[in-house]
Ligand binder design. Structure first.
Ligand SMILES: C[S@@+](CC[C@H](N)C(=O)[O-])C[C@H]1O[C@@H](n2cnc3c(N)ncnc32)[C@H](O)[C@@H]1O
Length: 250
């Protein structure tokens, strides 16, 4: 289980939520392409709630699930009006094994959140948990960093050094089953002081043919992989992409 503690959740909310904001309208456009569908969304590994916010603004009911209490605090703050109106709920839980009483037309998991699962058994547990809460014909859309993507952009040291933040991101991937990142730094605290933080993450590299098979084994009837900019167009060789989206329908 990965951390996403209080300081990093703050940084994520302020600086890292752009991907969710970018992809949310593309996913919604894909979901509603053949007419009316139930406006109900489960956001697995919802993070700080920016994708949820987009769907709420479009009139959806949204349930978010995340293992980090601190990320969930931001998700709740970012959607407080909709929670008060009974249109949004956020729960702490493990994407690899969860159950909910509610059913959804759409489930998503974005920004390589499922690469955070430790192994294929956990990924299969996630697929089973998701399909159990989808209605017939429901759709699950998620993205993964591919092996090619991890090799291409993971390795390196990146430093942000501004008055607002010092952040050092050290990342290593050798082509094997796991990529690791250590993010450490300082953020302003009270009285002109700075608070130090450190987070260590991994990304599990999943073989994409096995992900495809695992979705079918979980009971999804159709599965295709796609590029970010066109979720409707199946790609022949997903391993060649740096990031792949899976679109699975019950
Ligand atoms: C890279 S962030 C993505 C957040 C959000 N989906 C987005 O697009 O910005 C990964 C999220 O997955 C959550 N996470 C990691 N492992 C998890 C698990 N096993 N169960 C639930 N959430 C998990 C983290 O707490 C974090 O909020």
């Amino acid at each position: 289980m990965q951390t996403y503690g209080s300081v990093f959740a703050r940084i994520y909310n302020e600086r890292w939520a752009g991907f969710a904001g970018h992809i949310a309208p593309l996913i919604r456009q894909y979901y509603k392409r053949d007419g009316q569908r139930p406006r109900t969304l489960l956001d697995v590994c919802c993070g700080t709630g920016q994708l949820a916010r987009h769907f709420l603004d479009a009139g959806y009911r949204v349930v978010g699930l995340d293992q980090s209490a601190d990320m969930l605090d931001y998700a709740r703050a970012n959607t407080a009006d909709c929670i008060a109106a009974g249109r949004a709920d956020f729960f702490r839980g493990d994407a690899a094994a969860f159950s909910l009483d509610e059913r959804f037309g759409l489930a998503v998991s974005t920004f390589d959140a499922l690469n955070h699962l430790p192994d294929e058994a956990a990924l299969r547990g996630c697929f089973q948990s998701v399909i159990n809460v989808l209605i017939g014909g429901g759709i699950f859309i998620f993205d993964l960093n591919t092996r090619a993507g991890l090799l291409h952009h993971w390795n390196g040291i990146h430093i942000d050094d501004t008055p607002e933040l010092t952040l050092i991101n050290r990342a290593i991937y050798d082509g094997g089953e796991r990529a690791y990142t250590r993010i450490s730094g300082f953020v302003p605290a009270r009285d002109g002081l700075y608070e130090r933080f450190e987070e260590v993450f991994f990304n599990t590299m999943f073989a994409l043919d096995r992900v495809h098979s695992a979705l079918l084994a979980a009971g999804f009837k159709t599965v295709h992989s796609a590029e970010t900019h066109d979720l409707a167009a199946p790609v022949e060789n997903p391993e060649a992409l740096l990031r792949v989206f899976f679109v699975a329908q019950t």
